[in-house]
Ligand binder design. Sequence first.
Ligand SMILES: [Mg+2]
Length: 116
Amino acid sequence: MDLGKLKELVNNFAKERDWDQFHSVKNLSMALSVESSELLEIFQWMSEADSNNLSSQPEKMQKVEEEVADIFVYLLRIASKTNINLEEAVIRKMEKNAKKYPVELARGNSKKYNEF
Ligand SMILES: [Mg+2]
């Protein structure tokens, strides 16, 4: 995945429409939350089994793909506005998570790190 290219695509889209004026970090964070809720809405009332079997529900799968893309678009915009390097941030956070959730304690366990 070329994050730089995707960031450029998304930033140009906003720039061409003069939407930068609306894209404060606060507004983008709110928009990200709204898109996350749209993803949740697809799964609302759906059984666990159906949620794990989207390949047999092409219409739902299409909607999930679109909402996941919307979420990622806003994430890219937030990263651009805050100069966060997403690749480095994810690597750093996963290193932190690995310390919080050591394999010997977390394997097959859904407890939160402070409940070990
Ligand atoms: Mg959406």
